[in-house]
Design a protein around this ligand. Structure first.
Ligand SMILES: C[S@@+](CC[C@H](N)C(=O)[O-])C[C@H]1O[C@@H](n2cnc3c(N)ncnc32)[C@H](O)[C@@H]1O
Length: 222
């Protein structure tokens, strides 16, 4: 193995994710990964500074967010949160990893975004039902399927009356179970974001990775 292989974050993610899932803690691995990046032992994971294309499209569709509250779940380094705040939304961005939150704050020291440590599986009460716009990209699939119901319920629970959400995940193919991370989602799992007072519009779209497709779900609380 070369030095550059040692710094590969996908390799570290594979190892930590599988160990953590086997150990019964669904989110410990992401903090281990982000801490390792913070210590400069590996490349920075999920490092982008532009908003995810489907999120950018949704922000444009919705128009200026002035007066609205938005939340980004699993916010990582803050690219989506910053774009949403620039569009005028009062924006909270949370991540279960304290190291990720520190890195986002360092990257955007003058930000209007309220960066917080928070766990989608154990939401603080002040976030529940509080958001006109909920944005979630690749966070549910970063947790093993044992907590999928709770993760989906968490996303649904953030949406205020008359609010909406955009949820993006990789499409799980026909090959059967994958041992993740990521733990991709099939259509039945994506449909669980809707129902019981939430309308869902589900699309399959090309992904930034040529060999994959993504689910883009738009949710609206009625
Ligand atoms: C696959 S990364 C995606 C990051 C970012 N949303 C993006 O699209 O680049 C998943 C992110 O969700 C965070 N995360 C994982 N489980 C979480 C949870 N239960 N609550 C909040 N954040 C979580 C991870 O720390 C990581 O930053």
């Amino acid at each position: 193995m070369t030095d550059s292989d040692d710094r590969s974050w996908p390799r570290a993610a594979d190892r930590l994710g599988r160990d953590a899932a086997a150990g019964g803690d669904p989110t410990r691995w992401v903090e281990e990964l982000w801490s390792s990046a913070e210590r400069d032992e590996i490349e920075t994971p999920w490092d982008r500074s532009d908003p995810f294309p489907d999120v950018a499209r949704r922000i444009t569709e919705l128009g200026p967010g002035v007066g609205g509250r938005a939340v980004v779940v699993g916010a990582a380094l803050g690219a989506d949160a910053e774009a949403i705040a620039r569009a005028g939304w009062d924006t909270v961005a949370f991540d279960v990893s304290p190291a990720a939150v520190r890195l986002a704050r360092q990257r955007y020291p003058d930000s209007d975004v309220d960066y917080r440590i928070g766990d989608l599986l154990d939401l603080p009460e002040d976030l529940v039902g509080a958001f006109d716009l909920v944005v979630e990209v690749f966070t549910v699939q970063s947790m093993p399927p044992t907590v999928r119901d709770r993760a989906i319920e968490g996303i649904r629970g953030l949406i205020a009356a008359d609010g909406s959400a955009i949820v993006v995940q990789y499409v799980r193919g026909d090959a059967g179970a994958d041992d993740g991370p990521p733990w991709m989602l099939d259509r039945t799992e994506m449909e669980m974001f809707g129902g019981d007072g939430i309308d869902i519009d589900l699309e399959v779209r090309p992904s930034p990775r040529a060999d994959q497709q993504i689910w883009v779900a738009t949710l609206r609380r009625t």
